[in-house]
Write a protein that binds this ligand. Sequence first.
Ligand code: ADP
Length: 458
Amino acid sequence: MKSLYGKFILFTIGIMLVSSLLAFLGVNTFYHQKLKVQTDEKNVEIAIGVADTINQTENTELDALLSTIATVGYKIIIVNNAEEVTFYGEDFRVNNLSEQAIQQVLQGDVYHGMRDFPRETFVTGFFADETANTAGVPFEHKGETHALFMRPNIKMLFTEVHLLLGGMFIGMAVISIIGMIFLARQLIKPIVKLTKATKQVSNENFSVNLPTGRTDEIGLLAKSFLAMANEIEAANQLRKQFINDLTHDLQTPLQNIQGYAGLLQDSELTVETQLEYAEIIQTETRRLSTLSKQLLLLTTLDSHTSILFKKRINLAEQIKLTMRKYHWMTDKREISVISEIADCTYDGDPDFLEKVWDNLFSNACKYTQECGLIELHLFETEQAIIFTIKDDGIGIDANQLPHLFDRFYRADSSRQTAIAGTGLGLSIVREVVSLHDGKIDVESALGAGTLFTVTLPK
Ligand code: ADP
């Protein structure tokens, strides 16, 4: 039985059978230990009652009396002194009354055939329709000793009420089995649907239809599954987009390098043109090198869920070093830099954090016009260390801000001004900051400068 449905039914029927068997064994034991003796006592009492009635009334019509008793539900055997046997009531299934039992009663003793009936596990003595399974007592009739053996007629004991109860039990069993089959089907149905949906998702078909209206565990499972499918779809989309962007970003500089390298082979070029082409090849090679370094860094960041290497860092020193690194650029473009850097230390990954200041500062330099202004602040509050960098450069359109930290995203403003870039810097910044459990915010408007705020919790 491989299916859950089959197993469920098999187990339930198995449980029903085992419980019935255990109940039967319990009842059987109870019968042998207690009920058997009680039944014997009760029947001996009835037999004595019958014998007393016969003893007390001399002129009893024995035949008529015994026949009447038989019709109300008893099977009776009478044995006289001459050992002549007369039966009243329905026939016994087995006639195995021993000679010894007959003699015992004729000599005045009581026969406890029901109490002493052999112990059998599965056939309770209560139902054994045998002459040995009777209560026997002596009585006197017309001066002669007789033996009276009797037991209830089981067939007659099964009255309409018993039939009704039996029918009710069978009905209950049938209804519960049908109900159980129906229930199993209802329980398994959503699981079958989920299995189908899983196959669909694994084939990259994400438009799965699952009922999410249920409030039970199955409903929760369906909701979680849909959420998971949506996330896989988004991740899949992102992966495709990433490969697409990456291919494009690799293709463009490679094409340029190939093209200009081909042009350089022309021997009639002036030295000036040759230098110009060589410069372009250099720029494109630098771009490829930056791109591959950034990709490598992003892959490293992706494989981390928390900072592995933590060290006490002097952030003020690190930021000042970054400013010095880009001094040539600010100098060349006559950009003024105002900074207010408090002496802050922080426990974090020094290499990763250096990339944050580097990317934010180089962006501020890149996207600010000549003679612009960059302002930097580093300060400490009770809960966090805060770094802000503000420029009065080209700014970013408000509706592009939500995508700013996406991989390969470049705002229109920077594309239009043809400023070189890969669109990976800010995603690296965000990854590093969130690995330190911090956050980065941006405020900007087209043509009105940009402000980035990095918050690192202590
Ligand atoms: P890039 O290599 O293109 O600079 P980034 O991920 O660092 O990549 O930045 C993504 C985009 O965000 C940039 O292309 C630019 O459009 C925009 N951007 C980032 N910093 C600034 C800034 N200081 N001023 C204006 N635009 C910015």
